[in-house]
Design a protein around this ligand. Sequence first.
Ligand code: M6P
Ligand code: ZN
Length: 187
Amino acid sequence: MAPIFATVNWTDGTLDAPGMRSLVKKLGQLKQVFSDQSAHAQMDPETVVYRVWWWEPVEAGTEGGLFWGTTEILPGKVGKEFFMTHGHQHAIRDRAEFYGTVSGEGMLVLRDENGKTWYEPMRPGSLHYIPGRVAHRTVNTGEMPFRFIASWPSDAGHDYDVIATEGLGARVIEKDGKAVFVKDGEQ
Ligand code: M6P
Ligand code: ZN
């Protein structure tokens, strides 16, 4: 087998890998995920919220393989709600994932299949194990770009339906200059 070679810059998370893929998510594509629809309507839909660069050393769907990626969420808010990823659970439900923070500050919001919602603070160096069957989303709670590395199984897939129908059961908003995790139904 030919050697598979890629490099990651551990200081800023940038990745250089063969056939690297990338995506950009703009505000216009994230209308449903933010709660303040009127604030969203007043913002430029072309505003970049986050970018992902990732490496697929094996074909998507391969059982037993792994992917590796860097995500950057820009600083910003829609109303009082901080910029965040769409959020997903894995199409193959029992697949787990690692997140490791490179720079900036954020929160990892998690929701299990029983509807229990919680979060883990993300700071440079923090490492997060996301178990299977747990939906997840990341939020930039700081004033700088927030970057983290992720590694997930190549057959995990993404299921965005849970976010569209039920959300994650909590939101991260700014209150008195601080990022606060507020469960649905709480003030
Ligand atoms: C991380 C990984 C990716 C995911 C990305 C953005 O890099 O979990 O699999 O695609 O975050 O998250 P989302 O797919 O929810 O927009
Ligand atoms: Zn995932």
